[in-house]
Design a protein around this ligand. Structure first.
Ligand SMILES: *Cc1c(COP(=O)(O)O)cnc(C)c1O
Length: 367
C-alpha cells in the first residue's frame, strides 16, 4: 500500500490503544484534571529519562521555550542568540517575551548552530541566552557549545522538541544546557494526543521559577510572587497519555534510526546529499536530504506516490512578521538550506517495503 502521509498517528497510537484508554478513563474517573498526580508522575519519569532532577509540565513546546528563557532571566529588551532555520518556534518564544532575536548561521553538514559563528556573535553583542536547537533529532556538539557560552557568561537553553532521547556518551538531550524545552506535539518522537510540553533542568532555582511562571506566578494558591507570569499547564489527561508512551520512546527511536540507516545505504542518487546517521545522537525525527533542484525532486516524488515536505522553507529573518528588522542580516548557509532541504517519510510505523519504495523513487529521479 502506498504511503499516504509523513506520519501514521492512527497506527502509532493504536499500538497502545488499551493502555491509552485505561489512562484516559483513570483521569476521567479521578475528578482531578489539572496539576494532579498524573502530571507529577510524568514529570518525575520524564526528568529521570532525561537524566536531570527536574521537569515541569507545560502546555506546549513553544511555551516551554518561552518559560525556559524566562527561567534563566530573559526579559523585555534582552538579546537571545538562535538559529533561523528551525521553523520559527524559538523566534516566537523570544518575541512573546519582548526580547530580541540575534540570528546565528548554521553548519552546512549538521544544519545545527555553528560554534564559531556563535562565538563571534557572543563576542560582538550583549546576549543574555542562546537557544541550541537539536534540529531534526540531531544532538548538537554540546561540549563545544557549552564551552563557548560559558566563556561569554551566556545561559544555554536546549530546544529538544525534535530530539527526545538523543544521546551521546550516555547523556541525553536536555541534560547539557542550563535548561531545556520539549514539545510533545503529536508527531514528535514522544507525542501526546494534543498539545503538551515540558521544561527540564538540573538547576533547582530555575525549576522553582519555571514552576511559578507556568501558573500565574503563584508560589502558593492565589499568592502571586512573579510577574509577568501566565497560565501554561500540562493537563492530567495528556500527562497520563505521555506516561503510557514514554517507555516506548527508545524502541521507536531505534526504528527511526534503522530507517535512516537504510536510506543512507539505499539512496544513491548523485544529486541528493544525505544526512549522517550517527548512532543514538541522531534520533531521526526528520530525515532531511538536500538537493539544488529541490522543487523538482518534490514534484517527482509526489508523482511517484511518495509524500515529502519542506522543513523549513522560510528562514526566520526573512519572515514577513520580522518586517525590515533583519534586512541587513545575511545568513548564507541558512538561506541555502531553506532552498535545498526536503524531508522524506521516516516514522516508526513504516514498513521495510515502504522505505524501499521511497529510496527507489528517489533513485529514479531524472532517469
Ligand atoms: C515542534 C517544535 C517546537 C514547538 O512545539 P509546539 O508544542 O508545537 O509549540 C519548538 N521547537 C522545535 C524545533 C519544534 O520542532
Amino acid at each position: 500500500m502506498p504511503l499516504r502521509a509523513m506520519n501514521d498517528l492512527v497506527a502509532h497510537n493504536a499500538s497502545l490503544a488499551d493502555e491509552l484508554s485505561d489512562a484516559v478513563m483513570r483521569v476521567l474517573n479521578s475528578g482531578w484534571y489539572i496539576l494532579g498526580r498524573e502530571v507529577k508522575a510524568f514529570e518525575e519519569a520524564f526528568a529521570a529519562y532525561c537524566g536531570v532532577p527536574f521537569a515541569i509540565g507545560v502546555a506546549n513546546g513553544t511555551d516551554a521555550l518561552e518559560l525556559a528563557l524566562a527561567g534563566v532571566g530573559v526579559g523585555r529588551g534582552d538579546r537571545v542568540a538562535l538559529v533561523a532555520n528551525a521553523g520559527g518556534y524559538g523566534t516566537s518564544a523570544v518575541n512573546a517575551l519582548g526580547a530580541v532575536g540575534v540570528y546565528v548561521d548554521v553548519d552546512l553538514d549538521t544544519q545545527l548552530i555553528d560554534a564559531s559563528a556563535l562565538d563571534r556573535v557572543l563576542a560582538g553583542a550583549d546576549i543574555r541566552a542562546v537557544i541550541v536547537t537539536h534540529l531534526y533529532g540531531r544532538l548538537a556538539d554540546m561540549a563545544e557549545l557549552m564551552a563557548v557560552a560559558d566563556r561569554h557568561g551566556v545561559k544555554v537553553v536546549e530546544d529538544c522538541a525534535q530530539a527526545h532521547g538523543a544521546s551521546r556518551d550516555n547523556r541525553r538531550a536536555g541534560s547539557f544546557g542550563h535548561v531545556a524545552a520539549f514539545s510533545f506535539y503529536p508527531t514528535k518522537n514522544l507525542g501526546a494526543l494534543g498539545d503538551a510540553g515540558a521544561v527540564v533542568t538540573g538547576d533547582a532555582a530555575i525549576a522553582e521559577r519555571v514552576g511559578r511562571l507556568r501558573q500565574y506566578g503563584w508560589d502558593r494558591k492565589y499568592h502571586m510572587t512573579l510577574a509577568p507570569a501566565r497560565n501554561s499547564r500540562l493537563d492530567e489527561v495528556q500527562a497520563a497519555v505521555l506516561s503510557v508512551k514514554l517507555p516506548h520512546v527508545d524502541a521507536w527511536n531505534a526504528r527511526r534510526i534503522a530507517l535512516a540507516s537504510f536510506y543512507a545505504e539505499a539512496i544513491t542518487h548523485p544529486k541528493v546529499a544525505l544526512p549522517a546517521v550517527d548512532g543514538t545522537s541522531y534520533v531521526a525525527h526528520l530525515y532531511v536530504v538536500r538537493t539544488t533542484d529541490r522543487d523538482d525532486l518534490a514534484a517527482h516524488l509526489r508523482a511517484e506516490g511518495v509524500p515529502c515536505e519542506v522543513h523549513y522553507p522560510y528562514p526566520d529573518h526573512r519572515q514577513p512578521a520580522a518586517g525590515d528588522r533583519y534586512a541587513g542580516v545575511s545568513l548564507p548557509t541558512t538561506e541555502q538550506l531553506c532552498a535545498e532541504v526536503l524531508t522524506l517519510p521516516c516514522y516508526p510505523e513504516m514498513s521495510d517495503a515502504d522505505a524501499e519504495h521511497v529510496a527507489a523513487a528517489v533513485n529514479r529521479w531524472g532517469a
